[in-house]
Design a protein around this ligand. Structure first.
Ligand code: 15L
Length: 267
């Protein structure tokens, strides 16, 4: 069978690097795109999403796009506007022009960051809660989800928007015991989002099968995602290091992003 060809934007980034290492094992051929050079990948395209010609050339013949490219933390509004909001618009326009049928979009828990953390024993947060962005960064992810909906309703381009939790090699805080998405589960989730049929425009949460999960993974499971990892083995060490006392922002899903000093991009 011919392997499908995926345009991966943000290929040099944190999640991009995880997916570069893993998606080929799921049977994909990758074309890499990033504003920064991708280490060890001479064929990667180094260009801005605003470079229409470079994006058009990279998109030509792709079966689908996995769109990760963005400023991944809080930044001044003008920077978010340029990179995340306009960048995602440019991506969808290029997909429409190239006739690409599916986009897997990296949204974020920060699109709903000001949603209260569920009390113990309360139902998990469903994918249908209203947008409650916690930062301009989170707002750009709300925009991305809505743009995805627009391009489905108006142009018939399917999207799966993944409200990713915290995708790192290992959880880095007590909060991430709830939000962690392991790199392997991330690849499983993206594979499911690329292959599920009839997704239209779907929004799902992306986490591993964490014991302390806050949100409902049934949307992702309906795509065929079967998480295999759980952050719980990291719990004892993280709780010992951090203590069980309250942390700034921990009443809300977005954690530190909900405080007066959300994490910002280091240049
Ligand atoms: C995100 O959206 C960020 O890009 C990432 O750096 C993490 O901070 C993550 O959310 C999180 O909520 O932990």
């Amino acid at each position: 069978a011919t392997r499908s060809s995926i345009l991966l934007t943000g290929a040099a980034g944190n999640i991009g690097t995880f997916l570069r290492d893993r998606l080929p094992q799921h049977g994909y051929r990758l074309r890499l795109f990033d504003s920064r050079p991708v280490e060890g990948e001479p064929d990667a395209v180094t260009a801005e999403l605003h470079d229409r010609e470079a994006l058009r050339a990279a998109m030509a013949g792709a079966d689908a796009v996995v769109h990760l490219a963005a400023i991944p933390l809080e930044a001044p509004f003008e920077e978010i506007l340029h990179a995340n909001i306009e960048g995602t618009y440019r991506l969808y326009e290029a997909a429409r022009e190239a006739g690409v049928r599916r986009v897997v979009l990296a949204s974020s828990n920060h699109a709903v960051g000001f949603t209260p953390v569920p009390a113990e024993g309360a139902p998990l947060i469903p994918g249908t809660v209203p947008h409650r962005p916690d930062t301009f960064y989170g707002l750009s992810k709300c925009f991305g989800e809505d743009l995805a909906a627009l391009y489905w309703d108006r142009h018939g381009i399917e999207s799966v928007s993944l409200r990713i939790g915290s995708c790192f090699r290992a959880p880095r805080s007590v909060r991430m015991l709830s939000t962690w998405l392991s790199p392997d589960d991330c690849a499983r989730l993206v594979h499911a989002a690329l292959t599920a049929e009839g997704v239209g425009h779907t929004v799902v949460y992306g986490s591993s099968a964490n014991t302390r999960l806050w949100w409902d993974l049934s949307g992702a499971r309906a795509l065929g995602y079967e998480p295999r990892d759980d952050s719980e083995p990291y719990a004892a060490a993280l709780l010992a290091a951090e203590g069980e006392g309250p942390q700034p922002g921990d009443a809300w899903l977005g954690g530190a992003f909900c405080t007066d000093s959300p994490p910002t991009r280091t240049p």
